[in-house]
Ligand binder design. Sequence first.
Ligand SMILES: *Cc1c(COP(=O)(O)O)cnc(C)c1O
Length: 354
Amino acid sequence: MSRFLSKKYATLTPYVPGEQPRDMKYVKLNTNESPFPPSPRVVAAAEQEANRLNLYSDPECTELKRAAAELYGVEPKHVLPVNGSDEILYFAFLAYGDDQNPFAFADISYGFYPVYARFCDVPSREIPLKDDFSLDYRDYLGIREHILIANPNAPTGTTLPLWQIEEIVGSNPDRVVIIDEAYIDFGGESCVPLIHKYDNLLVVQTFSKSRSLAGARLGFGIGSEQLIRDLNTVKYSINPYNVNRMTQAAGVAAIEDDDYYRANAETIMTIRAEATEQLQSLGFTVLPSCANFVFAKSGSVSGEELYQKLKARGVLVRHFTKERIKDYCRITIGTREQMQTLMTNIQSILAEKG
Ligand SMILES: *Cc1c(COP(=O)(O)O)cnc(C)c1O
């Protein structure tokens, strides 16, 4: 730390992204990226746009907003494209959080939520998941905080039915309810249609997971016209050109190629079912997942040991040191070949243990 760093940041604990090591070629099952490349049309659109990188991007993202609105069945005024969905979360903490307006989120959820809360100086309350890692929607009815829920949740993969989301949104009319749908394309039910009924609902979507664009950084906030206006006020006060030209073009092309991504999501779900069965037959407990990962615990190897030994063998999975989940590893669903490599290595690790 230099002697210049503001006191208010001196004790920050930043978010730790999944590792991206370069020392060898790993089978990467640790950051929930898609194992499939973007569609050829997306690559072509981004390449074409590269020729215009001398010009600023459209700060309104006009075309992208129109395409996304159509995809989600809303109007462009309900959509705010952002530089990865993390950015809309950041904007929401800035826009709606302060001493009088704390946030609530689950104790086991996306690790960035508490980081943004601290960074934005917003008080927060962590609501524990149940012993089986399910979220009881009744814990969120009529509470005094703004609410942030990942549905499906990460790193657990469990999901809430639409009616429970609606109960939460409807019972907190004077609180903003943010539903982070990063993994919704892998088997959950989106609550986007509810934005027409509830002006306090903000839905967060990303193209990082199901649409193979993690490196392009593209996400969306979807909500009432007033919420989107608030978030635009924040955006134009920080970085009006937050979504670059190549990403805007890639996003439009990705939406036009929706079938490609739907097919890939189907494949991931099929492989997820196979992997779940294989892990169970190797003695793992696997939480029911509606995401592109499984959260699994071995009967004989600790989470830390499994993570370390897989890494030594060239397979990366994600391990969290938090007490409640330290026995588990979060394993991204890759291609069949990648999953085969994973299973072979797990078998040999288990065999070593005897
Ligand atoms: C991956 C992820 C995000 C962030 O996605 P980006 O769009 O890449 O910023 C947000 N929320 C959850 C729950 C995620 O898992």
